[in-house]
Write a protein that binds this ligand. Structure first.
Ligand SMILES: NC(=O)c1ccc[n+]([C@@H]2O[C@H](COP(=O)([O-])OP(=O)(O)OC[C@H]3O[C@@H](n4cnc5c(N)ncnc54)[C@H](O)[C@@H]3O)[C@@H](O)[C@H]2O)c1
Length: 254
């Protein structure tokens, strides 16, 4: 308990799935939470739940593909709460028309990059100066099993997540002197509502049978990833930076 006592954390994509589970866990561990999403009703509901349960959270609308919206949200949280210690760049996912590169509309590539790579890139840019003022911090980016092994079906998304891996390592180097750690979680298939829907539709950008069978421990739940995000956010991981941590039920080892 209280592993994030006194910490101010921002979670993007906090209205659903892994982001929601992590925000709720971070709040239980004492963090003050700034929640970012585009699903305002669900985001307000998560903030309401945290506040009712004795935590402290505020929700703000920001599309992570928009530098202006992200900058505004991060500045408001930092001023309201008195700084930023943790940034969890969680918002992401395969965009609707993503597919094999020979088949997908080319403008979908920009959407995939905007959501999955530009978002974390600019969030880091706006949050790092606030972390520096606090004497350090922890950034958690979100890669994917698709950035660790060869897969097909969502080539824009996969390329963007590969960028997240290299961005994480580069930033770890640059931020270590500022005592800011930068790591990434690479989830395997996690049964969020979005992923369940893709699987029900037989959509290629969700896990296919081959991918499902790789998971030695079965498919995951958001609550399987949230404690790993907590570990990376907390001082328990104080000597870890620049790492890409697969949280995938053994899928990338199989
Ligand atoms: N679920 C999986 O199987 C899986 C596997 C590998 C990686 N991931 C990654 O984990 C992260 C979370 O995935 P999830 O399955 O929990 O997703 P999810 O779809 O359940 O939740 C994503 C949240 O992000 C929000 N969001 C979407 N676009 C946004 C935008 N432009 N700006 C701000 N918020 C936005 C959504 O409204 C939603 O609340 C993503 O980065 C995803 O790529 C998930």
């Amino acid at each position: 308990m209280n592993r994030l006592e006194g910490k101010i954390a921002i979670v993007t994509g906090a209205s659903a799935g892994i982001g929601k589970a992590s925000a709720i866990l971070f709040a239980k561990e004492g963090a003050v939470l700034g929640l970012v999403d585009i699903d305002d009703a669900a985001g307000e509901a998560v903030a309401g739940q945290i506040n009712r349960e004795g935590g402290k959270a505020r929700y703000l609308h920001a599309d992570v593909a928009s530098a202006d919206e992200l900058e505004t949200a991060i500045n408001v949280f930092a001023k309201d709460f008195g700084g930023i210690d943790v940034l969890y760049n969680n918002a992401g996912g395969a965009t609707p028309r993503d597919a094999h590169l020979l088949e997908m509309p080319l403008d979908e590539f920009d959407r995939a990059i905007g959501l999955n790579l530009f978002g974390p890139f600019v969030a880091c840019r706006f949050a790092i100066p606030y972390m520096q003022e606090r004497g350090g911090g922890s950034i958690i980016n979100t890669a994917s099993i698709r950035s660790m092994i060869g897969t097909s079906g969502a080539d824009g998304y996969t390329a963007a997540k590969g960028g997240v891996v290299t961005l994480t390592r580069a930033l770890a180097l640059q931020c270590a002197p500022k005592r800011i750690r930068v790591n990434a979680i690479a989830p395997g298939a996690v049964l969020t509502e979005r992923v369940r829907a893709l699987m029900d539709q037989g959509n290629d950008s969700g896990p296919d049978e081959k991918m499902v069978n790789r998971h030695l421990l079965g498919l995951g739940e958001p609550e399987d990833v949230a404690p790993v995000a907590l570990f990376l956010a907390s001082d328990d991981s104080r000597w870890i930076t620049g790492q890409i941590l697969p949280v995938d039920g053994g899928a990338s080892a199989n």
